[in-house]
Design a binder for this molecule. Structure first.
Ligand code: GLP
Length: 261
């Protein structure tokens, strides 16, 4: 695991975007796992600028969403399929039908989840997975107590997550769906490289528990400790509770020139 501490949310976005650019240049047909939430938004903007400048292209790449609410109508603005189109994919050059998400409005959600796993497998698996983190340490919508080997499935949100996400629903917690479908922790751990972005002091506790705490299903992001290639990009505020922060800074600042993120 590599922890990169940056001076601001914008610098965190720039660092994370450089990881995506590197992965895309190494493999133009990259299968990218995309996350919603506010954490990756600046990074998505940075990537859109890179496409505009012809520095990179997503034309041969594919994208798979981490998760989706259950029961929101097809054009609901907070449906994650709509959110990711609005905040990222429409601003870059993915081909037609190259962006996928789990079907949260299927009549048979269990089957939709199985199909989503098959779609990811048929694409050859996710090469680079972008992640945010919830204040309770969730990744995707894998709430505390999620099995560390779980696959895409139906989950019930905690009240803490519904309250946190109410800001996207006119601050009305009752409008936040109770149920979601999400890639499991096992699904996420199958990706080749995990890139987690967290900024702001409200994420500091979750980051410290995920990076330095014990491996536990009570902090789903602690499962990242099991993965051989993880990059965690945080700003100073989100790094506040990391007891090895100086070591992470020193490691990053003394990286050999041949070693990329
Ligand atoms: C939601 C998403 C997660 C995201 C989390 C944090 O619960 N399902 O993928 O990481 O929110 O969101 P934010 O980045 O807005 O804090």
């Amino acid at each position: 695991m590599e922890v990169v501490i940056t001076e601001s949310p914008r610098a965190a976005a720039a660092t994370a975007a450089s990881v995506v650019r590197g992965a895309l240049r190494a493999d133009p047909s990259l299968v990218l796992g995309v996350a919603t939430g506010s954490s990756p938004l600046l990074m998505y903007q940075d990537l859109a600028v890179s496409v505009e400048r012809n520095e990179i292209s997503f034309s041969q790449a594919r994208a798979f969403l981490l998760d989706e609410y259950v029961g929101l109508e097809a054009d609901h603005p907070e449906r994650y399929g709509v959110f990711i189109e609005r905040s990222f994919t429409r601003h870059v050059d993915f081909g037609r039908s190259a962006v996928f998400g789990p079907d949260g409005s299927s009549d048979d959600l269990a089957d939709a989840c199985r199909q989503y796993e098959s779609m990811i497998a048929s694409a050859g698996g996710i090469g680079l997975q972008i992640l945010g983190i919830g204040v309770d340490g969730h990744i995707g919508f894998n709430e505390p107590m999620s099995s560390l080997s779980s696959r895409t499935r139906l989950k019930t949100l905690t009240m803490a997550t519904r309250v946190a996400n109410a800001r996207f629903f006119s601050d009305n917690v009752d409008a936040v769906p109770r149920h979601v479908v999400t890639q499991g922790i096992g699904t996420i751990l199958d990706a080749g490289h995990l890139l987690l972005i967290a900024t702001g002091g409200n994420k500091a506790e979750a980051i410290a528990r995920a990076v330095e705490g014990p491996l536990t299903s009570m902090v789903p992001a602690s499962a990242l400790q099991l993965h051989p290639r993880v990059t965690i990009v945080v700003d100073e505020s989100a790094a506040e509770h990391l007891s090895y922060a100086d070591y992470y800074r020193e490691t990053f600042n003394s990286k050999p020139t041949w070693q990329t993120l």
